[in-house]
Design a protein around this ligand. Sequence first.
Ligand code: CAA
Length: 381
Amino acid sequence: MSDPYLTESETLLRKTIRDFVDRELAPNASSYDLNEEFPSTIIKKLSELGFFGLTIDTNYGGTAGSTTQLAILTEELARGCASTAVIFASHLSLCTKYIDLFGSDGQKRSYLPGLINASTIGAFALSEPDAGSDAVAIKTTVSDIDNGFLINGTKHFITNGREAGIIIVIATRDTNLGSKGMESFIIEVPASGLTITPQKGKMGIRASSTCELHFNNVFVPFDNRIGKPGAGFEMTMRILDIGRILIAAQSVGIAQMALESSINYSKTRTAFGSAISDFQAIQTMLANMATEVEAARLLTYRSASLLDAQLPFETTASMAKLFASKVAVESADKALQIHGGAGYFAPNIAERLYRDAKVTQIYEGTSEIQRIIIARKLLED
Ligand code: CAA
């Protein structure tokens, strides 16, 4: 029986991706995590299935489709491996989508096909050592030179930085201009003057790389500026609005696996002469997890379907990310509690989910930033 909330094609997509994840991704997730290994085989297969073209213009090789499909796909990937989900989401929603929505025809022709077949991995560089939540405060500069621009500065916490062949970089022409001074560029990697250094010691999502990028007079051809001068901040905010739906979906996937692994473990683990699933203390945790995961999923799908219907979706996307990331963290905590001592030692699924969940409350806008966005909307005249 299909879910009445989803269309037939969305239901089929979920089944296809779930089968793939259960067969090929989930069994290897722990090893990707422990070895901090980029899941190249999986990325290649996802591209062969056409998933990197979802919601992207068919004139440039995209497969169109809906944001709801994208959310389902991201959720199912995260259910098997949260790292793979963020690699996928950063590549598609922060890099490919940036060019798809705001790039020129030439930029789309040059860059979208490689991003869609994932022969080129995409990254997005906004955050800096002194500018995370306060995105207007970036200090990476752009200046003019014959035939193009020079970029100078440092970006950090850049997902996919180690593998990226293309990076969308946000820079400021003049910090005194605030958000109106920002511009966005497509940088091809390797680039002379660009140093990329993986950042070590990450708590979770360890199969995805997180890097510092140092720009020392990096030349960008004139044709690689995206959009108009001064439009960089607004384009970036619009991209993050969409990206937050996918981080909400990633959170739902993490929470869903926390629930499933807890159900399975509690049925097999015995204590005091019976399976621990017989105890109401465990049942209460499972019931709360299941209810919260379902609520987070519905809010996430709602934000995706608002975007698909071209209705205002931004506040709902922030609500979805705020709520779903909280559910991911709390569900992973309950899963670890249910797994007990076994869950505290790697490799154990509860241990990995616990570490993977936390960052969903931090990247693509912390929970505090989501609350600011939601409250501003509630209070606007
Ligand atoms: N869409 C369109 N325009 C927007 C917008 C949006 N969502 N949000 C703001 N703007 C416009 C405003 O209208 C305003 O324009 P005017 O000056 O013409 O009125 C301009 O941009 C400046 O906006 P604000 O005054 O609202 O700016 P602010 O300094 O108060 O900051 C903020 C707004 C929402 C807090 C923003 O700084 C923000 O989103 N911060 C979080 C940054 C973030 O999410 N970083 C994530 C990094 S990427 C990442 O994490 C990827 C990864 O690893 C996976």
